[in-house]
Design a protein around this ligand. Structure first.
Ligand code: NAD
Length: 246
């Protein structure tokens, strides 16, 4: 059996699938990842800042203008559309076969595709709040201003509800992610270099039958996978969708 058929077969047999994903999930929608050859890390490096520095909380506090210049041009993609990965996962949730998507992404594309149980380990560009009064703002509110967005009520800086380097993950999201992984029967990991911790460490809570790892480049977790797929995951999921429909 070839790899795509094997993946389709395991999806057919499973009823508590968990998908654990990263930036590679959205590259076929047009959002660059961080660590591919064409990824954002190369570009940030050329600016003279390390990625961890530029996307860190101290950098945000010290250089909000520079942070927002980068963030607006490289992290905000309000017009992109979900691709076959997001679409198939939404379908599987609707069929009652997928219990959770755990994502490191902040782009909101899983929700745009129709998924509901999306555990966003690193937050979302769609939620923003004033650092003074905590009023909530949408992505459209942020896009309506230029430079560092300010709260119209008290002038406080509006920040995205994303986890910057040096900040902690939300405890409730972690608990839900761990619970989903512990009760899952199939784990599909996709589009993540598995280098960002603590997020990458959560996959060790999975105790189910099969682990599928879909990633274009190798990861430290490859040897633990029952099935390793390196083809572009959007194309793979499109084929899986066709096989499941047969
Ligand atoms: P990463 O950039 O470190 O790794 C992405 C991995 O996906 C790479 O190993 C790459 O080979 C693989 N990949 C890329 N396109 C692929 C495709 N079409 N098919 C299969 N594999 C593909 O990303 P990460 O592990 O998620 O860590 C980066 C951090 O950056 C995350 O914490 C995330 O919050 C953030 N980020 C988010 C977005 C987003 O929301 N879309 C984009 C960039 C970065």
């Amino acid at each position: 059996m070839d790899k795509v058929n094997q993946l389709a077969e395991w999806i057919r047999e499973s009823s508590r699938i968990v998908f654990f994903g990263g930036a590679g999930t959205s590259t076929e929608s047009g959002i660059p990842d961080f660590r591919s050859a064409a990824g954002l890390y190369q570009e940030i490096g050329q600016r003279g800042y390390s990625p961890e520095e530029m996307l860190s909380r101290p950098f945000f506090d010290r250089e909000p203008e520079l942070f927002y210049e980068f963030y607006r041009s490289k992290m905000l993609y309000p017009d992109v559309q979900p691709n076959p990965v997001h679409e198939l996962l939404a379908e599987l949730e609707q069929q009652g076969k997928l219990q959770a998507i755990i994502t490191q992404n902040i782009d909101g594309l899983h929700q745009k595709a129709g998924s509901h149980n999306v555990l966003e380990l690193h937050g979302s560009v769609h939620r923003n709040y004033c650092m003074e009064c905590k009023r909530q703002y949408t992505l459209s509110d942020v896009l309506a201003q230029s430079g560092v967005p300010r709260c119209p009520v008290d002038g406080g800086i509006i920040r995205p509800d994303v986890v910057l380097y040096g900040e902690s993950l939300d405890g409730e999201v972690i608990d839900r992610a761990v619970a989903a992984l512990m009760s899952a029967d199939l784990l599909i990991i996709g589009g993540t270099s598995l280098t960002v911790y603590p997020a990458a460490g959560f996959i060790t809570y999975f105790k189910g039958r099969h682990t599928v790892l879909m990633n274009a480049s190798s990861t430290a977790h490859d040897r633990h996978a029952d099935l390793l797929i390196t083809d572009p995951m959007g194309q793979v999921m499109k084929k899986v969708q066709q096989l499941l429909a047969e």
